[in-house]
Design a protein around this ligand. Structure first.
Ligand code: ADP
Ligand code: MG
Length: 708
């Protein structure tokens, strides 16, 4: 008997050549192999007589091998194996390309099954590249060509057939696996137990059976994720946080001094946050709202409340450009309150004093004033909570546009625990996160939503520009600039066709080609298209001081057009910019395009978003069309999730979730079932002590998804 931890190397009779190939698929143990799931199934469940075959049919035939020939095509230099197969009704030719070894396997005179697609050629019907299997024992024994045939993710030299062969051996010899999901939960959710599910996946009798097997494993990950969320909530609820109360009148006074009226959902969100931070247990909240919906001011008011209570706030932005912008916003809008606000990034540090004056200070000086507790609100990149900065009394951490990294920052915050107090945590995101994800990956967070834009914003006119209208579009941009407006031009990263052995370009290479694309576009626009206008360029390879200078130039209207990579994707606020021109629009995700578009339409003037695309693909056109039609970011996020999968939101490497679970994140019904099941288990047994298998599995799951 094999156990699931048995290395494949210990299996007798498995050639080492074969083993190496499995290793390429990172399959080393029996468990790895059993959890290598098929991507699809082919239905060869019925055998057809050769005389009854029809063009384009997928079928299995059984017949004797009459003739086998190996030849080379003259023009394309391919090796072709041709075999003639006959049953009691007729004969047919089967053809394989570039698989010369097949000629040796097919023995003339033997009975064999062939399964594949029937095509019509000059000399009648033929089977192209069929699966085949010699019939040795009883007919029912054949695996590859009768019934549902699983097709696996393959590697060079290791075919689905090879994987099916080993899988059959292993499934027949593995000791029963202990199921970590409690039986009552399986029963309630009508899911097969683990051994049944594995058999159902690898050798199903029907597609329904296979689907039930897959559903079980998808449920498994969602269930663990939900246990994690519920436990995280319970554990946080046990922690103490500094209570940051604010009187009704004081709050009104702060709001009354704002240069604008808050929208209803800004009010609502603020109310939720104020309520949370007033309590002596840590807030863990995500403030979500479309680009330009005014999240910053809401977060800033929370920081002001903390300061009025004598506590510090760390306000973290994903880029230095944004940190500077937040510093400017806060010191402008709340300058009259004379609260010391500091900014600290790797390239500069500033402080806004109680006297209402701002000045540059040395970094060490800034650090000292943070440690002394003098600076109440510290704005910076997220390094500020992870590096050597010791806050005197940190009570609130705000993370802007960072849903992707929220997890590690929350962990860093728990480490910042001061006098046994955990700071309140507020993260903000303009990338609308689909509901299934807020229930799963972000399920440990409370949500506040800003659902409308401030009044007076004009909807942005969005157009897809065909290649032949490029000159017109440029003329339009020039016209707007002449009226005093400004434009962004965004370039996509160009994925070169230089694939190394099937691997995509390294991240570094891809980022580099993004820079190259921007440089080329910049040269074209500044020299040929708009030689009379002031064109600037921004990309990730610039030093941060250079980036800051360019953003400042653009913001102060010293530049008319800014050519940029996706660096400007998040947060930047330039009300005078009214045109967002996006090159290669089809290469971006919908949510990303939505984010870009949100960079304009922030001021009083009519704004435009021009989507350039060279792609003639229908699906690209359909995706861009949905950007034109979408009412809000949430709608787009759901679409993006359906089209591109959760990796788009989470970054594949961030989650560590297997493919199946990633797909399951789309399945609201399953998400809800998993949540209910997890809640039921935790309610009875918070530490999982009565479910040792589940407890152990949960611990390794947390490692896998990078929580530990
Ligand atoms: P985001 O939610 O994308 O972070 P910001 O907080 O940057 O948006 O706000 C965008 C702009 O809208 C800022 O210039 C901000 O001052 C302004 N703003 C915020 N709330 C309102 C409001 N209620 N009415 C008018 N303008 C507002
Ligand atoms: Mg913002």
């Amino acid at each position: 008997m094999l156990s699931i931890t048995t290395p494949l190397a210990n299996i007798k009779g498995l050639p080492s050549r074969f083993l190496l190939k499995f290793q390429k698929l990172t399959i080393k143990t029996v468990r790895d192999l059993l959890w290598h799931f098929p991507t699809r199934y082919e239905d060869f469940s019925t055998t057809v007589k050769i005389a009854d075959l029809e063009t384009n049919q997928t079928a299995t035939i059984q017949g004797f091998i009459r003739k086998v020939a190996l030849r080379r095509t003259f023009r394309k230099r391919m090796v072709v194996v041709e075999a003639t197969i006959a049953d009691d009704t007729a004969a047919i030719t089967a053809i394989w390309f570039n698989q010369p070894f097949i000629a040796k396997n097919l023995r003339i005179g033997h009975l064999a099954n062939f399964a594949g697609k029937v095509s019509a050629g000059d000399e009648g019907l033929f089977l192209s590249n069929p699966s085949y299997e010699l019939v040795t024992g009883a007919v029912g024994e054949t695996r590859h060509t009768a019934g549902l045939i699983p097709t696996y993710p393959e590697t060079k030299g290791l075919t689905s057939k090879g994987i099916r062969y080993l899988m059959r051996v292993i499934l027949g010899n593995v000791a029963p696996i202990e199921d970590f999901i409690p039986p009552d939960i399986l029963l309630k959710n009508r899911l097969p137990e683990v051994n049944t599910a594995l058999h159902a996946i690898h050798s199903p009798k029907t597609l329904e059976e296979a689907a039930a097997g897959k559903k079980r494993f998808a449920f498994e990950d969602l269930f663990l994720l939900q246990i994690n969320n519920i436990k995280a909530r319970l554990e946080l609820a046990k922690e103490k946080a500094p209570s940051l109360p604010v009187g009704e009148e004081d709050l009104h006074a702060i709001i009354a001094k704002l240069p604008f009226q808050l929208t209803p959902s800004q009010h609502q969100s603020l109310h939720e946050i104020v309520e949370d931070i007033g309590k002596a247990r840590p807030m863990n909240r995500l403030l979500q709202g479309d680009v330009g919906s005014g999240k910053t001011v809401i977060a800033a008011i929370a920081a002001i409340i903390a300061a009025k209570n004598g506590y510090q706030t760390a306000f973290m932005a994903p880029t230095e450009v944004l940190a500077r912008q937040h510093y400017k916003t806060l010191t402008t809008i709340f300058g009259h309150l004379r609260i010391p606000i500091g900014m600290l990034t790797s390239s500069e540090s500033k402080i806004f004093f109680e006297e209402g004056l701002a000045s540059d200070i040395k970094k060490s000086e800034a650090q000292k004033r943070i440690e002394s507790g003098e600076i109440k609100i510290i704005i910076g990149t997220h390094a500020i909570i992870q590096k050597s900065i010791a806050f005197k009394s940190l009570a609130l951490a705000i993370v802007d546009e960072q849903h992707r990294f929220g997890v590690s920052q929350r962990a860093a915050l728990l480490a910042q625990k001061q006098k046994a107090l955990v700071p309140h945590f507020l993260s903000m995101s303009a990338t609308p996160i689909p509901r299934t994800l807020t229930l799963t990956i972000f399920g440990d967070l409370d949500l506040s939503l800003i659902t409308e834009l401030p009044v007076g914003r004009k909807p942005i006119i969005t157009k897809v520009v065909a290649p032949e209208n490029r000159a017109n579009a440029y003329a339009f941009v020039r016209g707007e600039v002449k009226k005093g407006r400004q434009a962004f031009v965004i370039c996509p990263r160009i994925e070169k066709a230089e694939h190394v052995e099937g691997e995509a370009l390294s991240t570094l290479g891809a980022a580099w080609s993004e820079v190259k694309a921007v440089k080329e576009e910049y040269e074209k626009l500044s020299q040929k298209v708009f030689p009379d206008l002031k064109v600037g360029m921004l990309h990730g390879k610039l030093k941060s001081a250079e980036k800051a200078k360019i953003m400042a130039d653009f913001s102060e209207k010293n530049l008319d057009i800014l050519v940029s990579t996706s660096v400007v994707e998040v947060g930047v606020d330039i009300p005078n910019a009214t045109i967002m021109l996006i090159e290669g629009a089809e290469r971006f995700g919908l949510s990303q395009l939505y984010q870009f578009r949100g960079r304009v339409g922030r001021g009083e003037h009519q704004s435009f978003c021009l989507l350039f695309t060279d792609s003639s693909s229908e699906s690209a056109a359909r995706r861009l069309q949905s950007l034109l039609e979408a009412k809000n970011g949430f709608e787009l996020a759901e679409k993006d999730l359906a089209i591109r999968g959760p990796g788009e939101f989470l970054g594949e490497s961030q989650t560590g979730l297997p493919d199946l679970a990633m797909q399951a994140l789309n399945n609201m019904e399953l998400v809800k079932l998993a949540r209910a099941a997890a809640a039921a288990v935790i309610k009875k047994d918070q530490t999982l002590k009565s479910h040792p298998a589940l407890k152990e599995k949960f611990a390794s799951f947390r490692k896998q998804i990078h929580l530990e």
